[in-house]
Design a protein around this ligand. Structure first.
Ligand SMILES: CSC[C@H]1O[C@@H](n2cnc3c(O)ncnc32)[C@H](O)[C@@H]1O
Ligand code: ZN
Length: 659
């Protein structure tokens, strides 16, 4: 007696990736509706099963579709936009500003369609995504027919799809409820990373994921800087921190995990955390090399991901497998590390477990969904084929085969590609629309790069337009102590005194850019000489001189001011100045009242470069009349403090240094 089925695929080299790593040659696979019913030797299968359709696979490899364990599919539309940058500059300087401007439901649907086309062509049948408007990504993925773990992003700042984290969490909840039982889509929640979320967000996302029993997808320990910052701010590395918040109680998919130690790996083991290793992205962004060999030795489920196509720059899992294996060998000095079979398991069965969908996909086994691909071994780069070692087939797939060898793809029992022809997507139309986006994004970035101000504003930091006018004068002086004594004159009422050590780095730009950027670190010094607080600020200094009164009393203007939330290195890489000038000084700053008018009196000692002592008098002004009055008072103050108005200089410190 034979059992009936819908389809039998025969005359294939069946690479099952089941727990026994069964290989059948010639082999056959039986499919009924969306499921695999059986896999085995062809003669046995044909004796036991009959089907409406029997398809000859012409001796191709029949294997499970690959699992892309971490990506951001709509970023196909940002591929090649900004490369050769460090992660923070790439992300905060380019990706996020462009995303704020362009990402919409239309953008993500198109980007997802393109990504699905690329992934189907490359033999991917399941992917784990994290982006904005994830419900639209789910729609486009389901239309393309791929299996997706689609994670709605949550961040602590406004995103293209939500004004606040509460809004994106509410969106995530509704979206998860609507898609919970879909045959292809597993909805998920995706707090972007600990450094872009608050503790409250991470806790709330974990609770949501646990309550709805869906995966939680997150970037963890991607760069050394992330771990270093976490140690400094929380006194522990990233993994203990997220564990403390209860995050690991959810079904976590942890992307990257480059900088984790053995203790942290054991924590992952305890919580059955899935890991997504992204070799290309980690190398390209110079994030480091994840300790994959050790993780696998500990039995962790480590899948392979491409990361987004803007940080890779493709969705090619063949490339990713080969690189993962070579990287593990090269970095451990052990050529036996991560052999082909284990690497292929990472890209299929282990990858599926890492995404918490191991019961559905990742291998050719009865009861699993029919997510399968056919690989053509005839192209020249795959030949010859040795038969001596049956295991050689894994080397063939991991080290020699390419995405272009994939000829046919089936997901959930439905063909998505036959003989390299896509059945669910119209590539030409999508490519035309993608070009249109590229032109608009080009224009946006060209416009932004035109001025320092627009580049500063694009960072989206709390930037204040502080167009402040000041009357100011500067004069070299012999002794600071002498001036301090004269400040005791009852004509001056001292309202406040401060002591700072100021470390300035000026970014210089070539003409026609007239502006300068100053990165200032203010160290507040207590009377006992200790640093009590450090403040960092970024100031865009416009053309400074508006007018010069007698005695070189200047009316000057400074423009935009932002709290410098990133490092000096970040701003250097983002703004790319042609040169830099460093100035360090000790500053005693007095706020005084003289003739019913307030002035700042700075007593500066410049020690880098060694320019000596200066007296600087400044006062904010708002009208020409007020400025004239103050310019006269400034000259009086100079005289009272024993400085010579004839010796005033009109240059700023930066000009003194640069001339
Ligand atoms: C959370 S949705 C996507 C969000 O993350 C950005 N992104 C893409 N790749 C990475 C990565 O490797 N590390 C950190 N963030 C990444 C992407 O631009 C989106 O804004
Ligand atoms: Zn990512």
């Amino acid at each position: 007696m034979t059992f009936s089925a819908d389809l039998i695929l025969k005359n294939a080299i069946v690479v099952s990736m089941d727990p026994q790593f069964n290989l059948y040659e010639p082999g056959a696979v039986v499919i009924r509706q969306q499921n695999i019913v059986a896999a085995g030797r062809q003669n046995e299968i044909l004796q036991q099963y009959s089907a409406e359709q029997i398809m000859d696979c012409d001796g191709k490899i029949l294997m499970p579709g690959m699992v892309n364990a971490h990506t951001h599919v709509p970023m196909t539309l940002l591929r090649g936009l900004a490369d050769d940058l460090r992660l923070d500059v790439w992300l905060l300087g380019y990706m996020m500003p462009v995303e704020r401007e362009f990402v919409s439901p239309d953008f993500v649907r198109l980007g997802t369609g393109l990504a699905c086309a690329e992934m189907i062509r490359g033999g991917v049948t399941t992917f784990a995504d994290m982006y904005y408007f994830e419900e639209d990504i789910a729609v486009a993925t389901a239309q393309a027919g791929l299996r997706g773990i689609c994670g709605q992003t949550v961040l602590k700042f406004p995103t293209p799809d939500a004004q606040s984290y509460e809004e994106s969490l509410a969106y995530a909840r509704d979206y998860i409820q609507r898609w919970k039982n879909h045959p292809l889509i597993i909805p998920a929640v995706a707090p972007h990373a600990p450094y872009t979320c608050t503790d409250e967000i991470l806790r709330a996302c974990a609770q949501l994921a646990i309550e709805m029993d869906v995966p939680l997808h997150i970037h963890l320990s991607e760069t050394a800087q992330e771990v270093e910052n976490m140690r400094r701010e929380q006194g522990m590395p990233v993994i203990p921190f997220v564990k403390k918040l209860g995050l690991l109680d959810a079904k976590v998919i942890a992307a990257h995990c480059v900088h984790v130690d053995e203790g942290e790996m054991r924590t992952f083991q305890h919580y059955n955390t899935g890991i997504a290793h992204n070799p290309s992205s980690n190398l390209k962004l110079a994030s480091g090399i994840a300790p994959v060999k050790k993780m696998l030795e500990l039995g962790l489920n480590v899948g392979i991901g491409t990361d987004g196509p803007a940080s890779n720059n493709d969705l090619d899992m063949f490339e990713e497998m080969r690189l993962a294996s070579f990287l593990a060998k090269g970095s451990s000095g052990d050529p036996t590390a991560l052999p082909a079979l284990e690497t292929l398991a990472m890209a299929t069965s282990i990858g599926a477990k890492a995404l918490h969908v191991g019961h559905l996909t990742g291998s050719i086994e009865a009861g699993k969904r029919a997510d399968l691909i056919l690989l053509d071994l005839t192209p020249v780069h795959n030949s010859p084929r040795f038969q001596r070692d049956p295991q050689g087939i894994y080397s063939q797939i991991v080290y020699a085969a390419k995405a272009m060898d994939v000829t046919d793809v089936m997901v959930n029992g439905q063909w998505l590609m036959r003989d390299r022809r896509l059945l669910t997507l119209n590539e030409e139309e999508m490519l035309r629309e993608a070009e249109d986006y590229a032109r608009r994004i080009d224009i946006f970035l060209i416009q932004r790069e035109k001025s320092l101000l627009s580049k500063l504003l694009a960072l989206g930091e709390a930037t204040e337009e502080e167009e402040s006018f000041e009357v100011q004068v500067k004069v070299p002086v012999e002794s600071i102590a002498g001036i301090q004594e004269r400040l005791l004159d009852p004509a001056f009422e001292i309202l406040r005194t401060r002591h700072y050590r100021e470390y300035d780095v000026y970014f210089n730009f070539p003409p026609p850019e007239e502006s300068r950027l100053r990165y200032r670190e203010d160290h507040f010094i207590t009377p006992s000489g200790e640093v009590s607080r450090v403040r960092t600020r970024l100031t865009l200094l416009g053309p400074t001189r508006e007018y010069s009164f007698p005695q070189k009393v200047l009316l000057s203007r400074s423009r935009y001011l932002a709290t410098a939330t990133q490092s000096l290195r970040f701003y250097r890489e983002y703004f790319k100045p042609v040169s830099e000038t460093e100035i360090e000084k000790e500053r005693l700053r007095y706020l005084v009242r003289y003739q019913e008018t307030e002035f700042f009196i700075n007593l500066d000692h410049l020690h880098k470069p060694d320019l000596g002592n200066f007296l600087e008098i400044k006062s904010r002004t708002w009208s020409r009349k007020d400025a004239e009055l103050k310019s006269r008072l400034v000259v009086e103050i100079l005289e009272k403090l024993g400085a010579s108005p004839q010796q005033t200089i009109s240059q700023d410190y930066i000009e003194l240094v640069n001339t």
